[in-house]
Write a protein that binds this ligand. Structure first.
Ligand SMILES: N[C@@H](CCC(=O)N[C@@H](CS)C(=O)NCC(=O)O)C(=O)O
Length: 220
């Protein structure tokens, strides 16, 4: 692990899929960081202290000296700029755009629909009970996985999504597969995604970043 000055601090939480993405990026780069837990299941994201860092009241936030960054995608791109090797993005403009597009299927189009504030609002505005909320989350998680599956079938991973080293696209696709686990979604119908998940989780930077490996996480 390479120490960084000023030190890198991630405000995250074991259950947070977006925090997982940032953790993997930092670990792939070998950059040392500390994580400050913010319990989003207990409303800690709404504390006045956290509001000063992140007025959207979401995780993760990266603090690096005077720099305070939010949103996992730009945080990962910042990490890429900070420490260019090993690269998280491929070389050609077309491949870089494709990697970002794969990432955003999960980050922008699927994951935002299943976060705690959306689940809470389904209950508050429409009286949805837990099984209905879980159906909603399952639906949007599967939609994202199906799109990724189709894309990976059209351009097969070799062995990673856009080349022979793990990067931004892999991190985000795997984050979607990990989220699926929280809703008991079987990955079998999404074979290419499942293979990529297994390939990536065999690597220590992914394995040690897994939500269930973080402090405070349940055993399974
Ligand atoms: N698009 C954001 C996701 C931010 C987000 O929704 N984070 C979740 C945890 S993964 C959160 O903090 N949710 C709190 C809430 O919904 O109240 C990113 O990729 O960083």
């Amino acid at each position: 692990m390479m120490s960084v000055s000023p030190p890198l601090q991630v405000f995250g939480f074991w259950r947070s899929i977006a925090s997982f993405r940032v953790r993997v990026a930092l670990n792939l780069k070998g950059l040392a960081f500390t994580e400050v837990p913010v319990d989003i299941l207990n409303g800690a994201q709404f504390s006045a202290e956290y509001d000063r860092l992140n007025p959207e009241h979401v995780l993760p936030t990266l603090v690096h000296g005077e720099t305070v960054l939010f949103q996992s995608m730009p945080i990962m791109e910042y990490v890429e700029d900070l420490q260019p090797t090993p690269p998280l993005l491929p070389k050609t403009p077309a491949d870089r755009a494709y990697a970002r597009a794969l990432a955003l299927v999960a980050v922008a189009d699927s994951h935002p629909l299943i976060v705690p504030r959306v689940r809470k609002q389904l209950a508050a505005a429409f009286g949805a009970r837990e099984p209905a909320v879980n159906d909603w989350c399952g639906h949007w998680t599967r939609e994202g996985l199906q799109t990724l599956e189709t894309l990976l079938a059209r351009r097969a991973p070799s062995p990673f999504a856009v080349g022979d080293t793990p990067g931004l696209a892999d991190i985000c696709i795997v984050s979607q597969a990990v989220a699926a686990g929280f809703f008991g979604i079987d990955l079998a119908p999404f074979a290419a995604v499942a293979r990529l998940h297994d390939t990536c989780l065999a690597l220590p930077p992914f394995a040690q970043s897994h939500p269930l490996r973080q402090p405070g996480a349940p055993a399974a």
